[in-house]
Design a binder for this molecule. Sequence first.
Ligand code: PMP
Length: 315
Amino acid sequence: MQELLERPSVRSTTNDVLSRIGNTPLIRLHRIATCLPAGVELYAKAEHLNPGGSVKDRAALSMIRDAKRSGRLRPGRTLLDATSGNTGIAYAMIGASCGFPVTVCLPKNASSERKRILRSYGAEIIGTDPTQATDAAQRLARDLAQKYPGTYVYLNQYNNEANWRAHYDGTGPEIWRQTAGRITHFVTGLGTTGTFVGTSRRLKEYNPQLRAVSVQPASPLHGIEGLKHLPTAIVPGIYDATLVDEELAVETEAAQEMTARLAREEGLLVGTSSGANVFAAIRLARTLPRDSVVVTILCDSGERYLSDRSWDCQQ
Ligand code: PMP
């Protein structure tokens, strides 16, 4: 476990699974972006191509390395956290690769693929009240950690600085490099808010004129897995509202429709939060002047939603 976790970076010169996290491609969206004004470019960072299938591989690796360095994660202890699924999958993949057990508190309505993937990696799942999304999962994880302090290491991704740091150190610099410093707008949805906070913070350091645009579901009861409706949810401790230049709300149906279009028109099979991100990014990009470069995130793979995608099954 020691050796794998202490490898300095996420470059691909080594062959273990952890070395494949990060350095994802930046893909230009063409066919769904024909409606954009001349000279406006739209790109998507393909985080679904991480080995665990989501953007959360980065945060999970960063938080695990931090827990290891601080001595909290050591042999005999079980990693515990609340998750909407993807962070849990990333923990479970890394746990399997490094040899430590993982327990996740997960809303019971998480897709069956997510649960099967978690179990395939050997993780334990504790189901929580689906009506309270990840808020109930967070409360349960906190209670378990308090009750069994010698058993669990609670990583608490919603309040863990190593979460946003993964994007400050990785996603932000990668996007800057991949656009040769031309990015003008960064658009992404809020879950734990780690992707938005870490990436925007870094990009604004490179270019203080950069506009950071957050995306949220339009209503509290929504079907955009992975995203939070912050006005009615527990606001993550790592959230930094001062980074937000503009907020965009997306309806579930619009996110689903864009998710289906990404598969059929761009060949990108991704999840609904990616559809929400691209929908919001296009809405913004339509209003921008020439030479604007908009970047958004493809958060996870669509394969883990296939059992739920009744909305795009028509021929
Ligand atoms: N989309 C999906 C599918 C996710 O699982 C998550 C993580 N909850 C996000 C988006 C948001 O990422 P973050 O936690 O970094 O805000």
